[in-house]
Design a protein around this ligand. Structure first.
Ligand SMILES: Cc1cc2nc3c(=O)[nH]c(=O)nc-3n(C[C@H](O)[C@H](O)[C@H](O)COP(=O)(O)OP(=O)(O)OC[C@H]3O[C@@H](n4cnc5c(N)ncnc54)[C@H](O)[C@@H]3O)c2cc1C
Length: 417
């Protein structure tokens, strides 16, 4: 075997991880592309869902190609933001609490492996509530049942711990000290780095939406390459309706979401960790993160925005949303009343009708998997999604019905937050 530098690095890292070194590592250029032997699996989309799926499949010994049109964690992708919250609280939707718990463990382990533990910031998550708020009350029960470390804090304790927050009508909160945030696109790119080291062939290629019916034996790329595989996973996030317009055009709803970063005054430590946790003001459908590395105090409305095209949509915030967010900030965080906007992002949620993920086989193409529908909360679950999809492809087994295509309606009625 001719040891190129790339192969050496791949083999060394894969060995260190105890992962299988798959045949595609050895020597060849790009095996399933334009005439070579087929890959076992081609994963289309290197966002958080596709990257984790490709990585896990390679660890299971599969020969995997991972393709992305714009690059993993690109600025258009839903996984392309600077930061993403990881929390355990999900009301009584226990499956997501369990997946968050598992995913946090796996994220931390992966960041340790790549020598970048700071890609997860354990700053705590504070979920504010008012009165009998049913979702937060159910969250409390679930966290207790599953043994998630948390505190239930009353108003006076909240004011004592976080005097820089004016809690307004919020009367209590759940605090998860072990949760926090992941550093969005850096985290995904770390997964792809490890996936490549484990044998995944990463190709920056845009896949042409496949035509016809029946099992798929190849896809073509816009540059004219053919990629052959036994199984295909389409993890195209908000692009899924474009890739499968007949099937998903009315079942995945990409919405425009604006994110704002306000700059605290120099030397003001009240709005960065450890003084400030991640916070959620559920009743006002808004959440935010502490200032991280001087990038600003993040504030993001969670209410669904208008329909958005991930390829061509303009990613500039609107003055109306900025004004509304400023008003909220002045009320809830008076110390930031006059803070300048230092940065902003426009991203998109890829919502299913109720917020449950879509993980199912294509109904007319048995070897094609549809993986997406992160619905504004999917990032944290990347590791669990990767494990679940890999297990279904490698071992088979029962599919979770709430992820099925059949449960995805054409009218939005959000139930998972
Ligand atoms: C503003 C905002 C805030 C969010 N906050 C949180 C949060 O705090 N916590 C949380 O857990 N989640 C959060 N989410 C949700 C989370 O980011 C998404 O659910 C998740 O990133 C979706 O990942 P994905 O892999 O499905 O899609 P994507 O990341 O969009 O990846 C899809 C990839 O497919 C590629 N692709 C598409 N079509 C093709 C093609 N034809 N050929 C090749 N490649 C293709 C794209 O280039 C892209 O890279 C947030 C989302 C947004 C927008």
């Amino acid at each position: 075997m001719k040891t190129t530098r790339r192969n050496f690095v791949k083999t060394a890292v894969a060995g260190a991880l105890g992962a299988a070194v798959v045949p595609s590592l050895v020597g060849s250029q790009t095996p399933g592309v334009s005439g070579g032997n087929a890959y076992d699996v081609a994963v289309v989309g290197a966002g958080v869902f596709g990257a984790w799926t490709a990585y896990r499949l390679a660890q299971a010994g599969r020969r995997v190609a991972l393709l992305d049109a714009y690059g993993s964690g690109n600025a258009r992708a839903s996984s392309g933001g600077q930061t993403r919250v990881i929390r355990m609280g999900y009301g009584d939707q226990e499956i997501y609490t369990r997946w968050s718990m598992r995913s946090l463990e796996v994220w931390k382990s992966l960041f340790g492996q790549v020598g970048r533990p700071s890609l997860f910031q354990e700053v705590g998550v504070l979920w504010m509530a008012r009165g009998e708020d049913p979702l937060t009350t159910k969250t409390l029960t679930t966290l207790q049942r599953l043994g998630v470390v948390h505190e239930r804090l009353g108003r006076s304790e909240l004011e004592r711990r976080w005097p820089q927050i004016d809690f307004g009508p919020n009367t209590w909160a759940i605090y998860e000290p072990d949760s926090g945030f992941l550093t969005g696109f850096h985290a995904v790119q770390a997964v792809v780095q490890l996936a490549e080291a484990t044998g995944v062939e990463y190709l920056q290629e845009a896949v042409v939406p496949p035509a016809g019916k029946g099992p798929l034996d190849s896809v073509t790329t816009r540059s004219g390459k053919t990629v052959k595989a036994g199984t295909f996973v389409f993890a195209c996030g908000p692009w899924l309706p474009k890739v499968f317009p007949d099937l998903l055009g009315e079942r995945i709803f990409p919405t425009r979401q604006e994110v704002f970063y306000f700059g605290p005054a120099p030397g003001d430590e009240r709005f960065r960790a450890p003084a400030m946790p991640v916070w959620v003001d559920f009743a006002e459908e808004i959440y935010g993160l502490p200032d991280f590395k001087g990038r600003g105090f993040k504030v993001a409305p969670d209410r669904h925005g208008p329909t958005f095209d991930p390829d061509t949509g303009t990613r500039v915030i609107t003055p109306e949303t900025l004004a509304a967010v400023r008003k909220f900030v002045a009320r809830r965080f008076p110390g930031l009343k006059d803070a300048p906007l230092v940065s902003s992002e426009v991203c998109q949620y890829e919502n299913t009708s109720n917020g449950d993920f879509l993980i199912d086989r294509h109904p007319e193409r048995d070897n094609v998997w549809l993986v997406g529908g992160g619905s504004g909360h999917g990032f944290k679950h990347g590791p669990a999604v990767g494990e679940y999809v890999t297990a279904r492809i490698v071992e088979g087994g029962k599919l979770e019905s709430r992820f099925s295509l059949a449960t995805k309606q054409k009218i939005q009625k959000r139930a998972v937050y």
